[in-house]
Design a protein around this ligand. Structure first.
Ligand code: FES
Ligand SMILES: [Fe+2]
Length: 438
């Protein structure tokens, strides 16, 4: 339980807010590359409470500038994409990708007023299917050498989805290893052969045990949290009755991402990006250590559950997330179908637009959440004191050395889980077609 004041401090992300100042020091996913694959690549982007427009000019370069025209505020998402920039349809003012106004065709001949007119603009880069924006002061930090950035484009698939709630509660579900035994419980096990592209549906570790069964049978994990160069490493141990230990390593990447194992072949690196205080997008990068990702299949699986252009899930609060009490009795813990994204979405949206943390009661299994909030408070204090170089991944460590992060499931024959897990991860990295060595 925390005070209302602290809850506001941790959750609000608009310009001038404390948590917003921390987020602005890191690259933010702004759009999927898929969204720009149209005849007119112009996309509205609302990020950290700021209304922006993303576009690709005729030179192929990306620009991210203010949504509202600096003249009288018309929406530049309806702009004319021409003359290597974006032209406001109201009076024809023309902006390049840096936000500079180059032309005001209705102003008197020879006017140089446009030289003084500039829209807000932020640097953007495209990496493995996502367009990233840096909205902070100074130079953006280099990208860490994470698997999702290191892998070739063929081995990474990116997708996103809208959740109608504050980013913090969305992110906190990802650092809560205990919920998988309940929220995502299947009362019957599927054939793991039908698991491609789905989470928690593969076999556990190197065994024949479906992950669904293992999570169901062992609902009381020991959870340990360690600080890591990228944020936090979470270890969940499930002691099995035959003496074996299931170990699952997941990660928090500061400030608002997680990296978790999806299957033997793939990991998921997922950002929970604030749109504004009460909406967020998850952006996932599915990274394969084996065959190239079957992007068509994975895109198709997810497009069936989402509507375009805003990637809003078809199951949502307006249709009770497809809740079916008969299914809840017989097949799933939630009664909301087999797509675990819907389960997580219900869990975080049903808390309310911004969870009232003055009423919560955290238990021992919430250790990752407790630790993360402490890290965020610490980062807020450092930003206020101007000690930016002490923040995670901005603290002078060469980003090329921040790799992984190791995310893996394994089953150790005895208590020696650390060694077994490291060997299990190393074996897939050794066999990986791209250089995934840690
Ligand atoms: S409002 Fe955009 S040119 Fe006038
Ligand atoms: Fe979940």
């Amino acid at each position: 339980m925390i005070s209302q004041e602290l809850n506001d401090t941790l959750t609000r992300i608009g310009p001038g807010t404390d948590a917003g100042a921390v987020h602005r020091l890191y690259w933010q996913p702004a759009a999927l590359s898929d969204e720009l694959m149209t005849a007119r690549p112009v996309v509205p982007v609302t990020l950290l409470g700021e209304r922006l427009v993303l576009f690709r000019n005729e030179d192929g370069a990306l620009g991210l500038i203010g949504r509202h025209c600096p003249h009288r505020g018309a929406d530049l998402c309806y702009g004319r994409l021409e003359d290597n920039g974006l032209r406001c349809p109201f009076h024809g003012w023309h902006f390049d990708r840096t936000g500079q106004c180059l032309e005001q065709p209705g102003e008197p001949e020879g006017s140089r007023m446009h030289e003084q007119i500039r829209s807000v603009s932020y640097p953007v880069v495209e990496r493995n299917g996502i367009v990233w924006a840096y909205m902070g002061p100074g130079d953006p930090p280099p990208f860490p050498n994470f698997d999702c950035f290191r892998a070739p484009d063929t081995h990474v698939f990116a997708f996103k989805g809208l959740w109608e709630c504050n980013w913090l509660q969305a992110m906190e579900v990802g650092i809560d290893p205990a919920h998988a035994s309940f929220l995502h419980r299947f009362l019957q096990d599927e054939d793991p052969a039908d698991s491609y592209g789905k989470q928690f549906r593969d076999k556990a570790g190197n065994t024949e045990i479906p992950m669904t069964k293992l999570l169901r049978d062992y609902p009381r994990p020991d959870i340990m949290v360690d600080e890591a160069p990228h944020g936090m490493r979470l270890t969940a141990l499930r002691r099995m009755e035959d003496g074996r230990t299931h170990v699952r390593i997941t990660n928090h990447i500061f400030p608002h991402a997680i990296c978790i194992p999806m299957s033997r072949e793939m990991t998921i690196t997922q950002w929970h990006v604030p749109i504004d205080d009460t909406h967020c997008y998850w952006y996932s990068m599915f990274t394969s250590f084996g065959a190239p990702v079957d992007k068509a299949k994975m895109r198709d699986q997810r497009l069936r559950e989402h509507r375009l252009p805003d990637y809003a899930p078809l199951k949502n609060a307006r249709n009770n997330y497809g809740y079916d009490p008969d299914e809840q009795r017989a097949a799933t813990y939630t009664g909301m179908g087999l797509d675990i994204n819907v389960h997580d979405q219900w869990a975080v949206e049903s808390m309310g637009a911004i969870q009232d943390r003055t009423q919560e009661h955290l238990g021992k299994t919430d250790v990752g959440i407790i630790r993360y909030r402490r890290m965020l408070r610490d980062a807020i204090a450092k930003v206020k004191e101007g000690r930016l170089s002490e923040l995670p991944m901005r603290n002078g460590v060469d980003p090329a050395t921040i790799s992984g992060p190791l995310s893996n499931d394994a089953i150790a024959p005895d208590g020696n889980w650390e060694e077994v897990n490291a060997a299990s991860d190393a074996s897939r990295r050794d066999a990986c077609p791209w250089d995934a060595r840690l």
